[in-house]
Design a binder for this molecule. Structure first.
Ligand SMILES: C[S@@+](CC[C@H](N)C(=O)[O-])C[C@H]1O[C@@H](n2cnc3c(N)ncnc32)[C@H](O)[C@@H]1O
Length: 250
């Protein structure tokens, strides 16, 4: 696994300049997507790159395309990035106007639970970002519809999980995990988002999270507060009793 980590370090370094350019190009784009989160996405998506994980990507709630830009960068020529929002704003169009990857995006205007939006970019998805309606019913409905389409080892990103301003996101996510889906479990949490993968898929990521590997990578590039530092930790798998009692593949 030392080799895998070395490969990840090399991949992150090799992609450093393009990551910096991407961040600079979206720095002033309207939205809430922050720099530590961009670093975490780069880390996780580079892991998927070196694992040669395949599948489409999807974002529910696109706004002006700030987060979309960062996941799109990892979308391969034979993959599609589904981007769903009730409104496709001018700000979104200008954000992706200069992207060389825009032909890989499938934009769909509509509610995230509307049937048929995935026709041109079907699952299973290796990356699902849920960032649309933040009330309990919206989040629960999004999870029920989209999370079962997560590929083995794919990553489900929940925006605002454990953000006290959006308590219903946390409530809905716990309800979903407890009552509807025993196939996924949390991987890590930080910088306002939580990351889940399938239980069998956990083993793929485990060594990339061992020790201080990810926190050293994050802190090398940015200053995080104590809260964020202590939660970039694989132990967060056990943060909820019903999940800790379920089996996760070693
Ligand atoms: C927080 S913003 C998304 C921010 C974006 N992911 C980013 O980080 O740059 C939420 C977006 O969800 C959209 N939205 C809200 N409810 C929705 C729903 N039920 N279906 C689809 N989109 C929805 C809003 O129009 C808004 O653009």
């Amino acid at each position: 696994m030392q080799d895998q980590r070395a490969l990840l370090t090399a991949t992150l370094e090799a992609n450093r300049a393009s990551f910096d350019d991407r961040w600079k190009s979206t720095q002033h784009t309207e939205g809430w997507f922050n720099y530590p989160t961009a670093l975490v996405w780069q880390y996780l998506l580079c892991i998927q790159d070196i694992l040669n994980m395949r599948g489409n990507l999807v974002e529910l709630g696109v706004w002006h395309g700030k987060s979309l830009t960062h996941s799109l960068a990892h979308c391969r020529p034979d993959e599609r990035h589904l981007a769903i929002d009730i409104e496709l704003r001018d700000g979104l169009k200008s954000t992706i106007a200069n992207s060389t990857l825009q032909d890989r995006i499938v934009f769909r205007k509509g509610r995230s639970t509307q049937p048929g939006l995935d026709a041109d970019a079907p699952g299973p998805y290796r990356w699902i970002h849920i960032d649309a309606g933040h009330d309990k019913h919206s989040v629960l409905d999004d999870l029920k519809l989209w999370a079962p389409r997560l590929s083995e080892g794919g990553i489900l990103v929940m925006d605002d999980f454990f953000n006290h301003r959006w308590a219903e996101v946390t409530d809905a996510t716990f309800e979903y995990l407890y009552a509807y889906d025993h196939n996924i479990a949390p991987l890590c949490i930080g910088a306002n988002k939580a990351y889940f993968t399938t239980k069998a898929g956990h083993r793929l990521y485990r060594d990339f999270f061992r020790g201080k590997f990810i926190s050293e990578y994050i802190t090398k590039h940015t200053i995080l507060d104590y809260f964020d530092l202590c939660i970039f930790n694989f132990e967060c798998l056990c943060f909820r009793p019903p999940l800790s009692q379920q089996h996760i593949s070693p």
